[in-house]
Design a protein around this ligand. Structure first.
Ligand SMILES: *Cc1c(COP(=O)(O)O)cnc(C)c1O
Length: 381
């Protein structure tokens, strides 16, 4: 049996251990410390946003962002449907009500027309959302100009979920810098990792200062631990921030390598009828995951067959995210589809994510390509 090939596994560089050793040597093991400050400063500079707060996960960053944007029990929050559940679970933590927005085929991300229709509905119903959680899927930005313009017209802030798109750009500007608040994830499978962690970014310093406070049990500045509001234990530790600083130094290499992995797949399978996730003009994806859709019908069966074929050869591939409006957890939540029908459901049925790690070797990728060719032939694509 050959060695398993993972979808996206951690890829450490050479400087992370030096940062971690420094944390040990200086005894900055407990939460907070110089690496947390350094990681925040360096990440904010990288994405061109004023301020950043390092936290324990991307999900925690979204939860804090919702609170900062004033989301309360019973409020409506719009969210991209085609995403990982970490995007939308914080809506439920706030006892707010999600409304899901479909994707557009052009970017697989939030469809501006569907968003517009959701806003018209919300106005009629008296349910204007407190914010819009806008996801950048698989390393690819959403249609920022159109979506930000619509949200501005309705006076509703954007929370940009850039968990999967650190290092991507939209018209030259960094992904994660478009919302009132942006968030990133450093989970083990993301483009860079701290083993687990997240970051909240904003130009508004007051928001970020408040995020730091809420993430450390909302302690008031008093020696005796005074509390006037609910806080959380969401701060990133100094050790993990050290790993993050090392990872940030190799981020551009990681993006280049993931894009190269994607190009290699696309060139090798140029004869096939499969369709690769598009990269619209003006957008530079990180290709965090290399994704394609199967052509033709009977998709659910053929997708499952293809994934089973790869699994038998110890290759970890996955379907595209199951959209949130199809999840039992969110049954009954309103959903606004693309004018052509449910695009997110079609992508889920037909979409496959391939092993895409920046540490994928040439030999491993050749093995994936060889088995994928055979699998595609078997399912008639
Ligand atoms: C990974 C991810 C999250 C959550 O990040 P964690 O660090 O795992 O909590 C949120 N949104 C999207 C789109 C993600 O891919």
């Amino acid at each position: 049996m050959s060695q398993r090939i993972w979808l996206s596994s951690p890829h450490l560089g050479e400087e992370e251990t030096a940062f971690v050793e420094d944390a040990f040597k200086t005894n900055w093991i407990a939460p907070l410390g110089p690496h947390v400050d350094g990681f925040e400063r360096e990440l904010a500079a990288y994405v061109g946003v004023g301020h950043a707060a390092a936290v324990s996960s991307g999900t925690a960053a979204i939860h804090l962002a919702l609170i900062l944007l004033g989301v309360k029990a019973g409020d409506t929050v719009f969210c991209s449907s085609l995403t990982f559940v970490g995007s939308s679970n914080p809506i439920l933590y706030c006892n707010a009500q999600p409304v899901f927005i479909d994707s557009q085929p052009e970017s697989w991300n939030m469809c501006p027309q569907a968003l517009e229709r959701a806003f018209e509905w919300a106005r009629r119903e008296g349910r204007m959302p407190r914010c819009v959680i806008l996801v950048n899927l698989y390393g690819q930005s959403a249609d920022m100009d159109a979506i930000v313009a619509i949200c501005e017209r309705y006076g509703v802030p954007v929370l940009e979920d850039a968990a999967e798109s650190l290092g991507a750009t939209y018209k030259g500007r960094a992904s994660g810098s478009f919302g009132r608040i942006g968030i990133f994830s450093f989970n083990g499978n993301k483009i860079i990792t701290t083993s687990g962690g997240g970051m909240l970014v904003a130009d508004d310093e007051a928001l970020v200062v408040r995020a730091r406070k809420l993430s450390t049990q909302a302690r008031e500045p008093a020696a005796h631990y005074e509390h006037t509001e609910i806080g959380f234990n969401y701060r990133m530790s100094n050790v993990l921030a050290g790993i993050g600083r090392g990872q940030l130094r190799v981020l551009d290499d990681r993006v280049a390598k993931r894009r190269q992995v994607f190009e290699t797949y696309r060139n090798a399978l140029a004869g096939s009828a499969i369709e690769w996730m598009p990269e619209p003009a003006g957008m530079r994806s990180t290709r965090w995951l290399s994704c394609f859709t199967l052509p033709g019908g009977d998709l659910a069966r053929r997708q499952a067959e293809l994934l089973q074929f790869l699994e038998r050869h110890s290759i970890e591939a996955r379907p595209v995210w199951k959209p949130m409006h199809l999840q039992p957890l969110y049954r009954g939540a309103p959903f606004f589809a693309h004018e052509s029908g449910d695009v997110a459901a079609r992508l889920f049925e037909s979409g496959i994510c391939l092993p895409s790690g920046s540490n994928l070797t040439d030999d491993q990728q050749a093995r994936v390509i060889e088995q994928l060719r055979r699998a595609l032939a078997q399912v008639g694509a």
